[in-house]
Design a protein around this ligand. Structure first.
Ligand SMILES: Cc1cc2nc3c(=O)[nH]c(=O)nc-3n(C[C@H](O)[C@H](O)[C@H](O)COP(=O)(O)OP(=O)(O)OC[C@H]3O[C@@H](n4cnc5c(N)ncnc54)[C@H](O)[C@@H]3O)c2cc1C
Length: 248
């Protein structure tokens, strides 16, 4: 799918079916689509809010749910205190509200569903969202392609989808999870007590037992720069590293 083709996706109205507080700053919004669409894990949607005076605000949000989850998609939105759209979702939006949305969008940050090459996923904060969709798609297919997820987080409580990730790590020996906890002591053996660096990426590659054929990095601009540099310094080729930047 091309970005240009995806941009022609029509606007539709969806209904907020459920809201779940995931961390202190991130809530999941389960949206019932009026026009269900097929998508690949890693893609996003555009959301459009229109004020009574006609003012329009539009933002992109990655889809967190696996494509197999039919006509309800999950978005996980981080509340930025000085933001415009994310505080609306956190403080005002309610179950039953209607939201304008178009998608799927994005043609480069896609789960490589036909590849058997090992995958390394690196994310921070809400940047875990498209990576979670990939992990969920991998599990739903099902696939056993060796996959590692490295999550950077200030504290354990800030790790998005932590319970689901811990549970998958326990049941799937081909899935490796490592946390880089920057503001408290890691409680799990094998987790790291510092920001992501090339030595950490090298260690994750060792745990995968293979050089990854695909690397996906997602989060704020500063985070993506550091993590992508770490991947390159760990010896990964730039051609296998794909990034998705959320701003900041
Ligand atoms: C393809 C794509 C997918 C995205 N998916 C998600 C998602 O799944 N969940 C999610 O919460 N956000 C996601 N974003 C970010 C989202 O589109 C908005 O930028 C974000 O919600 C802030 O919007 P706002 O109106 O609240 O703040 P604004 O008023 O637009 O911006 C406030 C400031 O925060 C900066 N900013 C935006 N995002 C971040 C960030 N992650 N970290 C630090 N600073 C930031 C902006 O650059 C700006 O300076 C995605 C962005 C892109 C481009």
């Amino acid at each position: 799918m091309t970005e240009g083709g995806a941009r022609s996706a029509p606007w539709q109205t969806c209904t907020i079916a459920e809201i779940v507080q995931q961390t202190s700053t991130i809530k999941s919004f389960f949206l019932r689509l009026s026009e269900p669409f097929a998508y690949i894990a890693g893609q996003h949607v555009d959301v459009r809010l229109t004020a009574p005076d006609g003012y329009v605000a539009m933002r992109s949000y990655s889809i967190a749910s696996a494509p197999s989850s039919a006509n309800v998609i999950e978005l996980a939105i981080e509340r930025l205190a000085d933001g415009e759209v994310s505080p609306f979702f956190h403080d005002i939006a309610a179950v039953g509200d209607e939201i304008e949305l178009r998608g799927p969008l994005g043609g480069h940050f896609l789960w490589p569903e036909r590849s058997t090459a090992p995958v390394l996923l690196i994310g921070a904060g809400s940047g875990v969202v498209p990576l979670m969709a990939m992990i969920r798609q991998r599990r739903a297919l099902p696939q056993t392609v060796p996959t590692a997820l490295l999550v950077s987080s200030r504290t354990h409580r800030d790790v998005l989808f932590a319970d689901e990730l811990f549970s998958l790590e326990m049941t799937d020996r081909t899935f490796k999870l490592a946390l880089a906890i920057t503001r408290e002591t890691p409680s799990r053996v094998g987790d790291f007590a510092r920001r992501i660096d090339s030595a950490m990426v090298t260690e994750l590659i060792a745990r995968l037992h293979h050089m990854p054929g695909h690397v996906f990095v997602c989060g704020s601009n500063p985070f993506v720069n550091i993590a992508a540099d770490g991947a390159l310094m760990a010896g990964l080729d730039a051609s296998v590293v794909k990034t998705e930047r959320y701003g900041g």
